[in-house]
Design a protein around this ligand. Structure first.
Ligand code: SAM
Length: 255
C-alpha cells in the first residue's frame, strides 16, 4: 500500500513514520509513505495556502487552488482514495480502518487554520473525523489513520492473530490480559489463565469480552455476532448494571 499526505507541515511526519511498526512496514516494503508540502502548489512569493473567509469571521481558511492543483498532479498517473480530515466527517472506526487497508493507495489531505474552503470537498472520496473535538491540524489525524491501517496490512504484524483478537474485532472489546508475575501486591491473575487448559481459557476470554462490552460499550453489541446463550449473558449484565444503579440511588436517598 502507498499512503501520501498533503499538508503545510510535512516535517511533522518525520519520526512517527520511521519508528516502530510503521517504520518496519516501510523497511519491509509493505507500506510506502510520502509527505507532500501543499506549498509546492502555490504561485505567489509568500507561498500562501490560506486567505480570509468571505462574509467575514475569525481566522484564515485553506485556499481551494493549491489543493485542487496538488490533487490534479498526484492523481494524474495513478488513482487513489482521497481522504480529507475534518471534524464534520464520519467518525473514524476500526471498520473504516479495515476498509482503507484494502485500498492500493490513499492520499490524505490535512487542514490547518479554520479549515478548508468548502469547495475542496468536491475532491473527497471520504471525509474523516477522529472524534468530537477540534485539533489544530489534520496531520495528527493522518498519523492516527496511517497507524491503524498499517497494522492491518498483511504481514505487517508478526502474528496475524493479533488483529483478530483485538478490541472491536467482531464488535467486542478485548478481554483482560495479564503477564508475569502471577501475583503482585495482592493482585492475582485469574486462576483459569494459569491452568494450561486452552479450551477453558478461550471460553473465559470470550465471556470476559462480552461482559466488558456489555458494561463499557453496549452500543457495539447490536452488530456483534452472539449465540443465544451469549445474549443471556448480556441480559444478565444489563440487570446487574440496573441493580447497581438502583442501589446507588437508594444509598444517595438514605444519606
Ligand atoms: N473550523 C473547523 C471546524 O470548526 O470544524 C476546525 C478547523 S481545525 C482548527 C483545522 C484542521 O484540523 C481541520 O481542517 C482538520 O483537517 C483538522 N482537524 C481538526 N479536528 C479534527 C478532528 N476531530 N478530526 C479530524 N481532523 C481534524
Amino acid at each position: 500500500m502507498r499512503i501520501e499526505t498533503l499538508s503545510v507541515f510535512p516535517q511533522m511526519f518525520e519520526g512517527p513514520m520511521d519508528a516502530s511498526i510503521i517504520g518496519r512496514a516501510r523497511r519491509m516494503s509493505k507500506l510506502e509513505f510520502a509527505a507532500h508540502d501543499l506549498r509546492d502548489w502555490t504561485h505567489d512569493r509568500h507561498r500562501s495556502t490560506d486567505d480570509e473567509p468571505f462574509g467575514g469571521g475569525q481566522g484564515q481558511l485553506m485556499k481551494v487552488e493549491p489543493v485542487f492543483e496538488a490533487l490534479d498532479d498526484l492523481l494524474a498517473d495513478e488513482p487513489a482514495q482521497v481522504l480529507f480530515f475534518t471534524p464534520v466527517g464520519e467518525t473514524f472506526t476500526q471498520s473504516i480502518a479495515q476498509q482503507l487497508a484494502r485500498e492500493q493507495r490513499l492520499v490524505m489531505v490535512c487542514g490547518r487554520y479554520e479549515g478548508f474552503d468548502e469547495r475542496v470537498y468536491t475532491r473527497a472520496d471520504r471525509c474523516i473525523s477522529l472524534g468530537d473535538y477540534v485539533l489544530t491540524g489534520g496531520e495528527l489525524a493522518a498519523m492516527v489513520v496511517t497507524d491503524a491501517v498499517c497494522r492491518l496490512l498483511p504481514g505487517v504484524l508478526g502474528d496475524e492473530l493479533s488483529n483478530i483478537e483485538e478490541s472491536f474485532h467482531g464488535n467486542l472489546l478485548e478481554y483482560p490480559q495479564y503477564t508475569r508475575p502471577a501475583s503482585y501486591r495482592g493482585l492475582s491473575v485469574p486462576e483459569v489463565l494459569l491452568s494450561g487448559d486452552h479450551a477453558k481459557i478461550a471460553a473465559w476470554r470470550r465471556r470476559q469480552s462480552i461482559i466488558r462490552t456489555a458494561r463499557l460499550r453496549p452500543d457495539l453489541l447490536p452488530d456483534a455476532e452472539l449465540s443465544e446463550q451469549e445474549w443471556d449473558l448480556v441480559r444478565a449484565c444489563r440487570r446487574d448494571l440496573a441493580d447497581e444503579a438502583t442501589s446507588i440511588e437508594r444509598s444517595d436517598c438514605e444519606r
